[in-house]
Design a protein around this ligand. Structure first.
Ligand code: DAH
Length: 339
């Protein structure tokens, strides 16, 4: 029996030594130490021994079991360590490998300038309003004091869509839409795209952008207009920029002005950008025509107002020294990445 125990013990130890995974060691545990395992079975044969032999044999069997258990535990620990080490090796990241290149989007230069403009006017108490790009003849022309046969219509080559609809040629329609549903005091700007059937060249595009402004209240004068526009020009171009008001004509304002600022390229000396004049025209403006106020149900005897229309594209090209307006619309990434 002693011999049998030795044989089983060394077979078990040999099997443990040769096992190469946790499944195998578990099988060994069942085979030798389980309920029906070989080392358990041997205890059942104790009946054939003399009473003196029994405790000795019992001790030997228990020692053998303890040894096998210990060896199994060691082997299991060893196998688990090897498994973790293998996993770590297989999942190692090569952090020296170059990462995938991600490109980050940027604001379009027109939007950058527009954001600045919105900040400037909001800080002066203006609200921002929106208007439709497909307009009616009524809002784009008629109610702005430009009847069907008015020669001023020739100033703006219009894309007509039929049935009284057109692509707005100016954001001025926002004046009417606002005055129709807001009571003075009114202080708004309306930025947006406008459309004209112009020939495309370095300074003309059939799509461009304007920012319409409107202030209506009691006692508004030309001085308020000058103050607001000078403040805006100084914030956009810097305090040293001179602002010039030239008399002009728009059907919806009386009197009307066009506003020039000193050329940011040459500082007023005269260069290619300002065509030698030293000045750049940036907007049209004036005191809202009494007819326009009346068209919106506002009494021109009680209220007065001023309005202006700023060309956002011109502002952007002069600010960033962009030589061709078409670059703003082509969306060439090589161009847009520079801002
Ligand atoms: N709508 C004019 C244009 O497109 C610009 C303009 C001039 C707007 C005078 C105004 C204004 O509101 O008062 O040429």
């Amino acid at each position: 029996m002693k011999q049998l125990l030795e044989t089983i013990k060394s077979a078990a130890l040999e099997a443990i030594k040769n096992s190469s995974n946790l499944k195998e060691t578990d099988e060994i545990r069942v085979k030798y130490l389980g309920k029906k395992g070989e080392l358990t079975a041997i205890l059942k044969q104790m009946g054939s021994l003399t009473p003196e032999e029994r405790p000795k044999m019992g001790q030997l069997v228990n020692e053998a079991k303890a040894l096998v258990e210990e060896q199994l535990a060691n082997k299991n620990a060893e196998l688990k360590d090897a498994e973790i080490a293998g996993k770590l090796k297989a999942e190692t990241l090569d952090i020296t490998m170059p990462a995938k290149k991600t490109t980050v989007g940027k604001l379009h230069p027109l939007n950058k300038v527009l954001d600045d403009m919105i900040d400037i006017f909001q800080s002066m108490g203006f609200d921002i309003v929106d208007g439709p790009e497909v307009e009616t003849d009524h809002y784009n022309f008629e109610s702005l004091n430009v009847p069907a046969d008015h020669p001023a219509r020739d100033m703006q080559d219009t894309f007509y869509l039929g049935e009284g609809l057109l692509l707005r040629t100016q954001t001025s329609a926002a004046q009417i839409r606002t005055m129709e549903n807001t009571k003075p005091p009114i202080r708004i700007i309306c930025p947006g795209r406008v459309f004209r059937a112009d020939e495309v060249d370095a300074t003309h595009s059939p799509v461009f952008h304007q920012i319409e402004g409107l202030v209506v209240d009691k006692g508004i004068t030309m001085c308020d207009l000058k103050g607001v526009l000078e403040q805006f020009a100084h914030e956009i171009y810097g305090k040293d920029t001179a602002v010039k008001f030239r008399p002009s004509f728009f059907p919806f304002t009386e009197p009307s002005v066009e506003v020039d600022v000193t050329c940011s390229e040459c500082g007023g000396k005269g260069c290619r950008v300002c065509k030698g004049s030293g000045w750049i025209e940036i907007l049209g403006a004036g005191m809202v025509h009494p007819n326009v106020l009346r068209n919106c149900g506002i009494d021109p005897e009680v209220y007065s107002g001023f309005a202006f229309g700023i060309g956002l594209d011109r502002l952007t090209t002069t600010r960033y020294k962009i030589s061709d307006i078409r670059l703003l619309f082509e969306n060439d990434k090589r161009f847009l990445e520079q801002f």
